[in-house]
Design a protein around this ligand. Structure first.
Ligand code: HEC
Length: 680
């Protein structure tokens, strides 16, 4: 059951995964990159510009219909892959759920080595991390070393040739609410790493760390000030401290974490990173006497050698919507009002695409890529939002209260791309509101009886802030983007389709059903004169574990694979091995509707974020689909759920009464009954 009805409209009952309750429960030479002309894909963003652009043009708008599978590699990462692969000198490097890292031959698809940092074992006692550990988003490779992070806050260096561990550093502390889901970033001989935890009530302050390639900590930049004035020991922290009020830092910590994406610029030796909001989300609670709360929801530039603050641009100075600015940062050279400018582009959660001067942070151009009702515009002179009272959900006493964009953002962690020839940004957009009127924040997929298009691929002109073209997507959360010198934009979709569009017009030129839902972004490289287009399939990232039904039913059952396409590639794309598991023999359901309803409520509060809403789980992943539990499992139910007998496998001991546990079991059996009935 995908939709439920409430007050005359349909909603997907998608509750915010990142609720506070969940967390409480628990190459320095311009670096030799430009010269490779697209041979390699050496960083997640392609090269140091982070444009997700390949200059390769062998595959192009005129011949893309001849694109076919060259090879497919089955990846030993059952919980999926969310990252953009990296390709250096004939080797593909990527990682996925539980930070399992792989090296793969880029011509044959043969796995060369795999490395498993034993994350499951490391987090056995921390069920909240089990979920985050599956949201892992990639790795970095530089000068013969692979750099990898883990949910339990380790930064690990591997020998890129052998996959053996060189060193490991603890870069944050789970006990203070920190975790890591993103990759590290590299440049200037250094490794940069951020962390997550903004919703934590454990008072962690977000920070970015820089390490040498040998694992020495070089500097640390704190994104929010401390409540202890002595710790605000830099001019930037002193400035930030003056923008908080009411003593809330001591109580709540401050957040601001860089949980996703950074861009290193070798030309200026600057590191750019975006920051998140903080808990509590309401500005009035967080900073009751006003203040801009630096450096929340900002883009920050620091000196990459010292970590010294250079400039910041704050996207939302009174953030109450959790509109993080941690989306990928693109460096682009643009003509703006007849002047050549070195710009930085970002499309944060909040629905506006920003064009900033990358040396000063000055706002040069801005425009909406999605519907917004929290702000009508961004003032180009002051750079500040023009707030819209329609978005003040906290003033609404009763009833529905839509806020656009939704709480996961009009653009999430799936990277946008930029085509330097067209001077266009391409953004994977989730153009749907959330309703904050009820007890739960839910994403709305129908408004006034009409389906509201939840997903889009939008081409945006970063010079004038206008949308050039837009393509409808049936499902909201689709993969990140690649654009190429062949005048193409590639995207994998939640439906399992991998597609190419004309970069100038958005016309769909090529489409293939891969059989697995896609959240990752493509990459492109060439070897021996052959251009490859690479896409990891088998959805990774966080949300699909909680909401597998955000993918089409078939695609959510697809395996985790890496596919490489070339012109005339003629390997067979097998999509038919998604197993249709029959229901096993199960005990009979004997429970009243009231008990089942109680079970559903307990399930939504305690089980959903791992086992999936409506108990639909990621097929083939490490969390079983409870609707298919057999009689033996049902017989051991309380031992597993209350007794914690599967604790070491990531199934926590739940604090439930026997009555609640039985109610959940009845609810799950009622869902099994639905499957049985629908297959009759
Ligand atoms: C932190 C994530 C997490 C949460 C929360 C969670 N589970 Fe699990 N659960 C798992 C994992 C992982 C397994 C697989 C364990 C294994 O492989 O032995 C599992 C297994 C199970 C099993 C055994 C299923 C089988 O077919 O073997 C049952 C029953 C179960 N969980 C019930 C629940 C219930 C009921 C709740 C909520 C009250 C819940 N779980 C909450 C992660 C979770």
């Amino acid at each position: 059951m995908l939709t439920s009805s409430r007050a005359g409209r349909s909603i997907l009952a998608w509750v915010v995964w990142c609720t506070a309750s969940l967390v409480a429960a628990q190459q320095g030479d311009n670096e030799g990159i430009a010269s490779t002309g697209g041979t390699n894909w050496s960083l997640k963003g392609g090269d140091f510009n982070g444009q997700h652009y390949s200059p390769l043009a062998q595959v192009n708008a005129a011949n893309v219909d001849r694109l076919g599978l060259a090879w497919a590699a089955d990846l030993p990462i059952p919980d999926g892959v969310a990252t953009t692969p990296i390709v250096i000198d004939g080797v593909v490097y990527l990682s996925g759920a539980f930070s399992i890292a792989l090296a793969i031959d880029a011509v044959s698809g043969r796995i060369l080595w795999s490395y498993d940092p034993a994350v499951r074992e490391a987090i056995a006692a921390r069920p909240n991390l089990f979920w985050l550990a599956r949201a892992q988003r990639g790795l970095a490779v530089r000068d013969g070393k692979v750099f990898l992070t883990t949910a339990d806050c380790r930064l690990i260096a591997l020998d890129a040739a052998k996959g053996t561990r060189l060193w490991s550093r603890q870069t944050c502390d789970n006990d203070l609410g920190y975790f890591i889901t993103d990759s590290p970033y590299v440049g200037g001989g250094k490794v940069f790493v951020g962390n997550g935890g903004s919703e934590s009530k454990l008072k962690g302050r977000g920070y970015v760390s820089a390490y040498s390639a040998d694992g020495d900590l070089l500097w640390r930049f704190y994104i929010v000030p401390s409540d202890n004035p002595e710790e605000n020991d830099t001019p930037a922290l002193k400035m930030a401290a003056r923008t908080w009020s009411g003593g809330t830092l001591a109580r709540h910590g401050g957040g601001g974490h860089n949980w996703n994406e950074m861009t290193y610029d070798p030309a200026s030796n600057q590191l750019f990173f975006g920051t998140s909001g903080a808990y509590p989300y309401l500005h009035a609670e967080r900073s009751p006497l006003g203040g801009d709360n630096l450096f929340l929801s900002s883009i920050v530039a620091v000196d990459a050698d010292t970590g010294e603050y250079q400039w910041h641009y704050q996207t939302v100075d009174k953030d109450s919507w959790d509109y993080n600015a941690t989306m990928n940062i693109v460096l682009a050279d643009l003509m703006i009002r007849d002047e050549a400018r070195e710009t930085l582009l970002i499309a944060p959660k909040n629905g506006f695409h920003y064009t900033l001067d990358r040396h000063s942070g000055e706002l040069l151009a801005v425009g909406k890529f999605a519907k917004t009702n929290w702000a009508t515009d961004i003032d180009i002179e002051t750079g500040k939002p023009v707030y819209d009272p329609a978005g003040e959900f906290w003033n609404e006493a009763e009833g529905e209260q839509f806020t656009w964009p939704n709480v996961w953002g009009a653009h999430g962690w799936n990277p946008m791309a930029f085509h330097p020839g067209h001077a266009l940004s391409y953004i994977p957009v989730v153009d749907a509101p959330t309703d904050r009127g009820g007890e739960e924040i839910v994403m709305v997929t129908e408004v006034d009886g009409k389906p509201h298009a939840p997903g889009k691929l939008v081409a945006m002109d970063p010079v004038n802030g206008r949308i050039r073209w837009s393509v409808h997507r049936d499902l909201p959360f689709n993969g990140g983007l690649l654009t190429t010198g062949g005048d193409l934009v590639f995207q994998g979709a939640a439906s399992g389709r991998f597609e190419a569009f004309a970069a100038g017009t958005g016309e769909r030129l090529w489409s293939v059903q891969t059989g697995s839902a896609i959240n990752a972004a493509p990459a492109s490289y060439s070897i021996d004169g052959v251009q490859y287009v690479l896409i990891p399939i088998g959805a990774g990232g966080g949300l699909q574990f909680q909401y597998p039904q955000m993918h089409s039913a078939e695609a959510s059952k697809g395996l985790t694979r890496l596919l490489a396409f070339t012109l005339g590639g003629d390997a067979q794309l097998t999509t038919d091995d998604a197993v249709d598991t029959p229901l096993p023999d199960q005990p009979k359901l004997v429970a009243s509707q009231e008990v089942i309803a109680l079970g559903a409520a307990v399930y939504d509060g305690a089980c959903k974020y791992c086992h999936g809403s409506n108990a639909v789980a990621r097929f083939g992943g490490s969390v079983p689909d409870l609707r298919y539990a057999d009689a033996k499992t049902h017989a051991q139910w309380d031992a597993i759920v209350i007794g914690g007998s599967r604790r070491t496998n990531g199934m926590p001991r739940m604090e439930l009464t026997a009555e609640q546990s039985a109610a959940v079991r009845s609810y799950v059996l009622s869902l099994s009954e639905e499957i049985r009935r629908s297959s009759e």
